[in-house]
Each structure stands twice: as C-alpha cells, then as structure tokens.
Design a binder for this molecule. Structure first.
Ligand code: CA
Length: 234
C-alpha cells in the first residue's frame, strides 16, 4: 500500500465499531467512525474516505439514505453495506442506492477484511484505467475525463455538454454499435419520442465537425448504415 487508505465506519453498535476499527488498524488502515447516519454523511463529506462500511439501521438517518445522498452528490467512494438480515441485503441489490457490496451480520473479521481490500483495489484499478484512457487515440483525440476536456492534436475542442456526453459514451465502448434510440436513452436520458431521434444525427454531425480530421470521411464517430453509430478511434 503506497499511502494509508482511510475507512469510515458508520455503525451505532459501539462494540462492532471497536472490533472493526481494531482489525482495520491492524491491517494498516486509518479509521474514521460515526455513530449515526447524519454524522456518517458529514464524516464522508469531510474525511474523503477510501471506503465506507455502512450499517443500515442507524439513528437520525438510515444507511440507505446516506449512500443514496452521497451518490447524488457525485461521490463514488466504495460503500459496503452492513446488514442485519437477508431481506435488507435484497434491498441493497434491488434498490437504486448505489452500494458496491454488502455483508450480513454476524460476519467474520476475515471476510470483512477481504471485502474491504477487494473493494478498495477495484476502485484503484478503475482510476488507473481512467488515466490510461487519456492517452491519445487515433485521429489525435484525447479525452481528459477528470476535467471534461477533449483535445484534438493537443488543442482543446469546445464541445457542448451533450456532444461531450455522446463522445465519451461511444468512446467508452469502442466498436459497439448503438442505435439512435439506444443513444437517446443512454445519453439523452429519456425514452424515444417521435422524431426526436433526429437529434442524435444532428449532434453526431456537429461532433464530427469538431473532432474529425475530415468530417465527410469520419474516422472516430462511425456510421453502421441502417443500425446506428459507433466509436472507431481506438
Ligand atoms: Ca444499527
């Protein structure tokens, strides 16, 4: 471990907090603690932990709400839900609360430590992947996801939010063809309504004018005739 990773424990049973903290510190983690939902949310915002262990039944605010609010704020910290019952575990998977994993009580420390390690490692790998995605692609295109900047041959390109969203969505799945209806749903976030699908064509045309060497002969945003669009600049 290069630098000490921080784990936030949000749990109202002090005996659980104590033993989990003891084991995490033994494994080399820094530990933050909170004993109710509101304090947990505040600690997550202020402490920027690398992972959160989050109980469900908490005073003041339940764990599901803590997780949902953090996700709404754009915080992608890995969250492992600590649940007392299997039916709560079902909710973790079924509800759109954005948790990464769950573990049911009572749990073994060995299992908990393995889950913590796996979830932190997965995040670290995801970040490494994002950084490598900033390497220039064919056509001299570079996408800097961390500051929403797209460069063409090293020069910044001025894209609208929608053009940026469309480009990054297609570029995240090179070679995969998306119909215009798929793109309306995935990039525009609403269901296909009548002629609005032409909006996709217009946005593709504008995007090509900005990022292609020759917009009439695109090399990055390609058309699969009769099917849809795909990213070819790998
Ligand atoms: Ca509890």
């Amino acid at each position: 471990m290069d630098e000490k990773k921080t784990v936030l424990i949000v749990e109202d049973e002090k005996s659980i907090v104590d033993i989990v903290r003891f084991n995490l510190e033994k494994e080399g983690y820094a530990v933050l603690t909170a004993y109710d939902g509101e304090a947990g949310l505040a600690a997550a915002r202020a402490g920027r932990p690398d992972l959160i262990l989050l109980d469900v039944m908490l005073p003041k605010m339940i764990g599901f709400d803590v997780c949902r609010i953090l996700r709404e704020e754009g915080d992608n910290v890995p969250v492992i839900i600590l649940t007392a019952r299997e039916e709560e575990a079902d909710k973790v998977l079924g509800l759109e609360i954005g948790a990464d994993d769950y573990i049911t009580k009572p749990f073994s420390m060995r299992e908990l430590m393995a889950r913590v390690k796996a979830n932190i490692r997965r995040t670290a790998m995801g970040q490494a992947h994002e950084e490598s995605a900033a390497a220039p692609r064919a056509g001299g295109l570079t996408i800097h996801a961390e500051n929403y900047q797209v460069c063409k041959h090293g020069k910044p390109v001025d894209l609208t939010q929608r053009e940026y969203d469309l480009l990054t969505f297609l570029a995240a799945h090179p070679g995969k063809v998306y119909s215009r209806i798929d793109l309306m749903e995935q990039v525009w976030n609403y269901d296909y309504v009548g002629d609005d699908v032409r909006t996709v064509d217009v946005t593709v045309r504008r995007l090509r004018e900005k990022i292609e060497d020759d917009p009439a002969n695109p090399a990055l945003i390609l058309t699969r005739r009769g099917v849809g669009y795909y990213f070819g600049g790998e």
